[in-house]
Write a protein that binds this ligand. Structure first.
Ligand SMILES: *Cc1c(COP(=O)(O)O)cnc(C)c1O
Length: 479
């Protein structure tokens, strides 16, 4: 591949009109689609059906907007895949990558070496994370982060002489990535079905999904408490001496933006402490401002032993993941000989430089603070005002700039659609045609826009979501 100067120009925040022109100078949509169908296998896709319908080709982005190869301007209600926290087109991040590539594009952190970007990033993360988190291990994704978590947990208990502590408890409908370990930790049945084998000693308890799974007259708080107590029952079943850790997303992202009631996490924490079990918060979506706090476990008020980070760490501009270790875990890892785990790109200098630029923007432009005090509350209120008595909205979950809208046949009776997944797809297609990216997980519609979104743009997302949900109700003959 030759070095092309126009690629450098491409990362500059160009004017939409100029870029649309640039896109037209490339290939036609039909050509892109034909080549994509001929050579590219997409993640989590039915390729036969995708190739027949053709992918949407995204050619550029700015702020909270995307442009496709037909020059449609689309508002991104999902921040890419929950990751573009600082929005698109931030020159600070592009400059950081460009400078670092010229200065030191790569060097490893094995064999007694280090480099300035990974040092700066680690010090900055220690400053931004809650006080007991002062050590970080790097990888390239959230999945690798959770693989790393398993390695750290295992090593931790070995250093404590508790070799029988091997089981990790996780939750159904949790998402922890798509490596073999990430997929096993996750509770997505359709992923488990296609895995050649699973990681040993991982078991699941039920999720705290009130709307879908609460029976009888339990309040959300009582239900959440009961679901947390399943952890205690599972520990007693396996034997506390055999249980190493519990892992959960503070709120489930891919599983449908499921926010447990306030009773859930304190009870989980109490149980983990009681039986001497490490508590892992998968902060891959919740981290870096999504709920208005820097980390979602702060929103829910608990203190994990390990945190998994990725996505918003670099705002998705380049891949990077990490694991943050609580002091008590870090101490055991540091003081007990070799830790036999690492990746070629652990602490990659370009990714680290981009992460530093990204975190400084989140902090110094007061982006996280604004989510907490201004845009987050505005977004949540706007959704609740708009959909409070909607005929097919049963629940609105979320905090800050993340939300889940539960589609339901009878909202008051908490009755879901028998064909919920199809209804979600209908709604998602209306969004798509209305140039709004809103994701559907089964019968829940999800929003997680870039954290730089302003109130006018929030109004636009909510208006477009309303249009799509109204159109869905109309198609179903419900009004
Ligand atoms: C996306 C995600 C992961 C996996 O991250 P990848 O970078 O896709 O490997 C893990 N955990 C959670 C909670 C996620 O949302």
């Amino acid at each position: 591949m030759s070095y092309r100067t126009d690629e450098v120009a491409y990362v500059q925040p160009a004017q939409p009109a100029a870029s649309a022109q640039a896109a037209q100078q490339k290939r036609s949509t039909a050509e892109y689609r034909a080549l994509d169908a001929a050579h590219h296998i997409h993640p989590f896709s039915d390729m036969g059906s995708l190739n027949r319908s053709g992918s949407r080709v995204i050619v550029k982005a700015q702020g909270v907007y995307l442009w496709d190869s037909d020059d449609n301007k689309i508002i991104d209600g999902m921040a890419g895949l929950w990751c573009v926290n600082v929005g698109y087109g931030r020159k600070e991040l592009a400059d950081a990558a460009y400078r670092q590539m010229q200065e030191l594009p790569f060097y490893n952190t094995f064999f007694k070496t280090t480099h300035p970007p990974v040092i700066e990033l680690s010090a900055l993360l220690a400053e931004l994370a809650p006080e007991p988190f002062n050590h970080f291990f790097y990888c390239n994704s959230g999945s690798e982060g959770n693989d790393t978590v398993l390695r750290i947990v295992h090593q931790y208990w070995a250093t404590q002489g508790k070799h029988s502590k091997k089981f990790v408890i996780s939750r159904k409908n949790g998402y922890h990535g798509s490596t073999i370990a990430g997929g096993t930790l996750g509770g997505m049945g359709y992923m488990h079905e296609q895995m050649p084998s699973k990681v040993e000693n991982i078991v699941h308890i039920d999720q705290p999904y009130f709307f879908g799974e609460a029976e009888g007259n339990l309040t959300p708080e009582e239900f959440a408490l009961a679901r947390a107590q399943q952890l205690e029952a599972k520990i007693l079943e396996i034997g506390a001496d055999n249980v190493a850790a519990f892992i959960g997303e503070p709120f489930q992202g891919a599983g449908g933006v499921i926010f447990p009631a306030s009773t859930y996490w304190p009870e989980i924490q109490r149980i983990c402490r009681k039986y001497d079990i490490l508590l892992v918060a998968d902060e891959v979506i919740g981290g870096f401002g999504r709920t208005g706090e820097w980390f979602a476990h702060q929103h829910f008020g608990f203190e994990p032993d390990l945190i998994t980070l990725a996505k918003g760490l670099t705002s998705g501009y380049v891949p990077m993941g990490a694991v943050g270790l609580h002091d008590r875990v870090a101490k055991a890892i540091i003081e007990n000989g070799d830790f036999n785990h690492g990746l070629t790109y652990s602490g990659h200098p370009v990714a680290a430089a981009v992460a530093v630029a990204n975190l400084k923007l989140l902090r110094d432009d007061k982006i996280v603070e604004r989510v907490k005090t201004d845009t987050g509350p505005y977004f949540q209120k706007k959704l609740r005002d708009t959909f409070a008595n909607h005929p097919i909205i049963g629940e609105i979950s979320g905090a800050g700039l993340v939300a889940g809208l539960q589609l339901a046949e009878d909202p008051k009776a908490r009755k879901r659609f028998a064909n919920g997944g199809e209804v979600g797809t209908i709604c998602r297609d209306f969004c798509f045609n209305g140039n709004l990216i809103m994701r559907a997980t089964g019968d829940r519609m999800l929003l997680s826009p870039p954290l730089v979104i302003n109130k006018l743009e929030i109004d636009e997302i909510v208006a477009k979501a309303k249009y799509a949900i109204d159109a869905t109700a109309q198609q179903l003959g419900i009004s």
